[in-house]
Design a protein around this ligand. Sequence first.
Ligand code: SAH
Length: 396
Amino acid sequence: MAEGFTKIVLKSGKDQSLKRFHPWVFSGAIKKTYGPLNEGDLVEVFSNKDEFLGLGHYQIGSITVRIVSFEKTEPDFDFWKTKIQKAWDYRKTLGFDQNEKTNVFRLIHAEGDGLPGLIVDFYNGTAVMQMHSVGMFLIREELAKALKEVLGDRLKAVYDKSAKTLPNKAAIEPEDGYLVGEKAENEVLEYGLKFNIDWVTGQKTGFFIDQRENRWLVQKYAENRDVLNMFGYTGGFSIYAMQGEAKTVHSVDASAKAIDLTNGNVALNFPDDPRHEAFTADAFEYLKDIQDKYDLIILDPPAFAKHRSSMHQALQGYKRINTRAFEQIRSGGILFTFSCSQVISKDRFREAVFSAAAISGRTVRILHQLTQPSDHPVNIYHPEGEYLKGLVLYVE
Ligand code: SAH
């Protein structure tokens, strides 16, 4: 009954990326559509020569179709459940099914797990779903049921947090809430460290799980250092630095709520520890005057560029904050610097950091080149999925 799907035909030559399993169809590639189109519908995509290319969710916008299958199929409950099962099997390969020290991880990473438009983070029994496409949102109940069947007793609750991530053009009125179960334990463990996660009001799904391995690396280098954790949010990097025997740790964030979260998490792990202080301040202001105060600095800003149009400005932003850090970090200092903007490539980010180093005139060596951890997998056919970039630099 494949006739049931509206057909989209691509312009000549625009079929190449789908033939190489890239899961996006851009609006400019479309020649003609046959049939009704509502946001969230499944549509079949064909080449100009009438070859079937893939089946995906239709959406108004520059990415018009997100492919969920490169084979002809009619997705039923088992189709989605099998994808979720495969995502869980992969996490089992990574050891997350029996890791007693870490019970927070990304369970579904959109294109990386063959499920474009869907993010699911697992917080010690609660799965927090974040839908970025209407197609995924419309089948949320099915997805939640499949998650429950795949994870069994391990899963106590499923929380849908899509109201802010769905496109606002859509004729849907998403409201955040529990699809399975109710509010459960919200204290999680990561490498044995405790964090209180607020997925209801927090940023993203509540925690930046993608920095786990990079936080762990900070712990390795923190001993006896004076640490600045800039853009700290929940204080993740600060707590690892303290665990690594840092001399002092300063957390800075522009949001007072983030500072409260940080202080709460520090107290959970290191009650009454005088080594830590948190400040509500703007990064650009704070970095003006830190001359020789720190010998380990972490710069993990929010995505300065969300769209290509703001790329130039974003690169200037990265250059500015990194210049400040290079100019003022103590001799022998270590700088952890990141970009999580998908539209900024690894090379562009490097260039920005390199120019910052050059402006400061310091001698700088690259200790590590960092990215996102393996529970945020990159689909080899979708290189855009590699969004997190980091450099660890030794400043002589
Ligand atoms: N490093 C964090 C994630 C950072 S998210 C972690 O490991 O979890 C980015 C943070 O930057 C947010 O908490 C946001 O409040 C803060 N922020 C945004 N703009 C800022 C600015 N100009 N100065 C300081 N903090 C800022």
